[in-house]
Design a binder for this molecule. Sequence first.
Ligand code: RB5
Length: 180
Amino acid sequence: GQDSTNYRSVVEEHLGSVRSNDSIGRIAGMRRHPCPWCVPLEEETMRIGVGNDHVALVYKEEISRHLREQGHEIVDYGTDSPEPTDYALWGERVAEAVASGEVERGIVICGTGEGIGIAANKVPGIRCCICSEPFSARLSRQHNDANMLAFGARVVGIEVAKMIVDEWMSAEFLGWRHQR
Ligand code: RB5
């Protein structure tokens, strides 16, 4: 009725101002909108590959659950075993899946994020950022068009890890001078 029409026009107007704000770098339809009262008008979900070594099993599970709750599809490339394993193997596996288009993005986790991230970056077409805080995660999308994210289960707490993932998932590549 009248009320919902009014509400919608208020939201539309608000989103218009957010859309034009590049420094925020989020547009309507992004999953995490900066305003607590604002309901996104459309939802964007992705197919995301996840991978980890034995150190990061619990983090992989928790991050996957977090992303599924937001509607994303998760493809788990392992490991699912607590047995010590080579982190490079899992980084490469997820990177191959991203490079081939099997999944749109990849998230890899080991003790520090360093080993698994470096391994991912050896696959042509992969731009994997290794982040310990949300600001770099957001900028890795906005400026570097990162298609993979790595972090360390021994470095960041699980709630910080979720913030890193959320910033990374909701920021868009800005192109412009970063494109050339
Ligand atoms: C495993 O002990 C550890 O080396 C690995 O998880 C990671 O931190 C390597 O970069």
